[in-house]
Design a protein around this ligand. Structure first.
Ligand code: 1HE
Length: 262
């Protein structure tokens, strides 16, 4: 199913249509993100079907995403540049602070704005063909899609600065090692693994997923005293939901899975 933009498709998986797979569909341009595609990403996350409880983003072709469509960059003045960056912020906020957890399925190039998009997701699964870079540094520009806020949270400001100062490219193994991805899988299997994870996430209590998407990142940025207070409120709200009570009762009655060694 295409969205309002043929460069972005949406398909629903699972018996309950609870997993949405959102695919960048602009392989001839290596899924470079033009304004239309950024707005389509915003729209799709603002209008996910009610059945959806987790989402996956992937890219068609040999690469996840080549970042900003550089052909649209040339004629912007400073004021237009600010508005353009703010448009990316608004769209990627819809991914990061949207209704459901989002898993990125990465392969090939995850560069520039492609890494900014990936870092707005909640989990990143990379296959062995993945490579990461921030070529903004060598193109004479700066990140503008939230990268300076989100990427340091994954790998630290020093590593991000190195990527931009020197054009350093991380391969899939080193990317997982430094925290750009949480899962490293054989080439060609990132989408399957991401769907497997999203399918599992979709079975969580909705309020737990909501807390992980909306409360955890805010708590992590609060002073510890405020964070502990917010945590207490969120914990109390989550555990008072009937679904939480039923799940805990099921465990106590021996009807729910134990934690098992990985
Ligand atoms: C593009 C773009 C693009 C490819 N904008 N058109 N991002 C970059 O600086 C990365 C630029 N791209 C690359 O380094 C390479 O294309 C890749 C490593 C991603 C892929 O290489 P390859 O050999 O598979 O493909 P290609 O032959 O380089 O590209 C195929 C076509 O896609 C070609 O167009 P064609 O008309 O000649 O066929 C390329 O021009 C086009 N293409 N990438 C426009 N990015 C909110 S701020 C974010 C700031 C940034 O993201 S800056 C970083 C931009």
């Amino acid at each position: 199913m295409t969205t309002t933009n043929p460069d972005l498709s949406l398909s629903l998986r699972g018996e309950q249509s609870d997993v949405a797979v959102i695919t960048l569909n602009r392989a001839t341009k290596r899924n470079a993100l033009n304004d239309g595609l950024i707005l389509a990403i915003r729209d799709v996350f603002q209008n996910l079907p009610k059945s959806v409880r987790a989402a996956v983003i992937d890219g068609n072709g040999e690469h996840f995403c080549a970042g900003l469509d550089l052909s649209e960059l040339s004629e912007r003045d400073a004021g237009e540049g600010v508005l353009h960056s703010r448009m990316w912020h608004a769209a990627l906020d819809c991914v990061e602070k949207g209704p459901v957890p989002v898993v990125a399925a990465l392969h090939g190039a995850v560069v520039g704005g492609g890494l900014e998009l990936a870092s707005a997701c909640h989990i990143r699964v990379a296959d062995e063909s993945t490579f990461y870079a921030l070529p903004e540094g060598t193109r004479g520009i700066f990140v503008g899609g939230g990268g300076s806020v989100r990427v340091p949270k994954l790998i630290g400001a020093a590593r991000m600065a190195d990527m931009m100062f020197t054009g350093r490219v991380y391969n899939a193994v080193d990317g997982e090692r430094i925290g750009l991805a949480q899962y490293l899988v054989p080439t060609g299997t990132a989408l399957d693994k991401a769907i497997e994870l999203a399918t599992r996430i979709a079975t969580n209590a909705p309020l737990t997923n909501y807390a992980l998407v909306h409360a955890l990142p805010r708590i992590a940025e609060q002073p510890s005293d405020h964070g502990l207070f917010t945590e207490a409120l969120m914990a109390s709200i989550a555990q008072s939901a009937p679904e939480a009570k039923a799940r805990v009762r099921a465990f106590l009655e021996g009807k729910a899975a134990k934690v098992s060694k990985g």
